[in-house]
Design a protein around this ligand. Structure first.
Ligand code: GDP
Length: 424
């Protein structure tokens, strides 16, 4: 995949300091280095303020599935209907198979009304269209290894499963059978992982034999993983302790990745998805064999929405008896599956959603906006979204004691509306 990322300015800064520490320097050199550091700091500041929405490591979800299940239709539609404003997320990608998609959040509009702004900037995640999965991919069929390496690069998998009948759209295996399709995809991932696990066991055998601690720990985990995969089960269903999980992360298994099944139904079936037998089978299978969530979508509806105005889109969906194509729910679920949470900032300039990881503290959350905010963090003025909406304004929330000051240890909650105080 032809993708490039620019490391954040603070990472460059740290790397630079680390690398110069090892160089013997004279006094003159030190002055020069000080100057360079000052320039880097300046660059960092102007870079961050020019691109305040610069997301350092945007998380990626890969769309996989058999051919003709609707992957490209979904990807093309989603990256056009939910396209993130390029100006807010520059430099993330130049690859046509990667699209930045906004995460729909119904809380942004009320927040914008309260802060008297018309500018709304939602959070975003990356979606990657991963082509090439056919039976035998683990043995090199189709795009084979290329396909597998693309999956290795994503943080979560959205597996599109065909639940729509359409005689004009050929099915690679002849008939619609979503459970068989899931098994085909899973088998390829599990076989690739099994081979990787076996190779690794062979590679560390010598070190384990001579008592190397790391090799022994890896071997113990691999000996649990191998029979599990050998039984055809995906890595993400194996019960491991947190320590074992940390070790297994280093094996980069494909079937270990958090997964969502996207059951792609016919346009006219979306309103009655619960009574669709194919969907019922996918849900049941996902629950019992994968411990995964299933989201019902219609890639075709999302595709039909591309050229419609918001009013036309609402009318079109109403006629189909639904309020959305299901893709909004898919993006939200993926966002949560990736362990991501949202906090907001709201002012007359804009109401904006920012992405953090579950468990991030206030300074870390501040650093998503600007590295200076994290470095010079003093406190965060905080109000929960529900409290703010109930009170109707920051002033009213403050009067009721719901607008609080939080310090460095505060773990930001999903939906917090924050204002940072910092000093650099
Ligand atoms: P991919 O090979 O998985 O990327 O599949 P595509 O997205 O190229 O879709 C294959 C064909 O199925 C195309 O002709 C699409 O128009 C059609 N298709 C995709 N999703 C739907 C759907 O939800 N309903 C119907 N009727 N056709 C769909």
């Amino acid at each position: 995949m032809n993708e490039y990322r620019i490391p954040s300015a603070s990472t460059l800064h740290k790397r630079f300091i680390e690398s110069i520490k090892s160089i013997p320097v004279t006094c003159d050199d030190r002055t020069l280095i000080k100057m360079i550091l000052a320039i880097i700091h300046l660059l960092e500041r102007s870079f961050s303020s020019t691109f305040p929405g610069f997301v350092k490591d945007m998380l990626k979800a890969g769309i996989v599935g058999l051919p003709n299940v609707g992957k490209s239709t979904l990807f093309n539609a989603v990256t056009r209907t939910r396209k993130a404003e390029a100006a807010n997320y520059p430099f993330c990608t130049i690859d046509p198979n990667v699209g930045i998609v906004t995460v729909p959040d119904a809380r942004l509009e009320p927040l914008a009304r309260i802060s008297k702004t018309t500018t709304i900037i939602p959070a975003a995640v990356e979606f990657v269209d991963i082509a090439g999965l056919v039976k035998g991919a683990s043995q090199g069929e189709g795009l084979g290894n290329k396909f597998l390496s693309h999956i290795r690069e994503v943080d979560a998998i959205v597996q599109v499963v065909r639940c729509f009948e359409d005689p004009d759209v050929h099915h690679v295996a002849g008939a619609i059978d979503p459970v068989r399709d899931i098994e085909t995809v899973t088998t390829e991932l599990v076989l690739a992982d099994l081979e990787a696990a076996k190779k690794r066991l062979e590679r560390i055998a010598k070190d384990a034999k001579r008592g190397d601690k790391i090799a022994l720990a890896e071997e113990a985990v691999l000996k649990k993983i191998e029979p599990h995969l050998d039984a055809g089960k995906p890595g993400n269903t194996l019960a491991l302790t947190p320590e074992e999980k940390a070790i297994s992360k280093g094996f980069f298994l494909l079937s270990d990745k958090p997964t969502i099944f996207a059951a792609n139904v016919k346009e006219t079936d979306l309103a009655q998805a619960d009574s669709n037998p194919h969907v019922a089978k996918v849900r049941e299978y996902a629950r019992t064999h994968h411990d995964c969530e299933t989201v019902v979508i219609s890639a075709q509806i999302e595709s039909d929405l591309i050229d419609l105005s918001p009013e036309e889109a609402r009318e079109f969906l109403k006629e189909l008896g639904v309020s959305e194509s299901g893709v909004g729910a898919l993006i939200r679920s993926t966002y949560h599956l990736l362990g991501l949470r949202t906090y907001f900032t709201a002012s007359e300039k804009e109401a904006r959603a920012w992405t953090i990881h579950a468990g991030d503290t206030a300074p870390k959350a501040a650093g998503v906006i600007h590295t200076d905010f994290e470095r010079g963090f003093i406190k965060a003025e905080t109000v929960a979204y529900e409290d703010l909406v109930r009170c109707g304004s920051i002033a009213a929330a403050r009067e009721k004691g719901l607008y609080r000051m939080e310090g460095k240890e505060y773990v930001v909650k999903d939906g917090d509306v924050l204002m940072f105080k910092f000093n650099v």
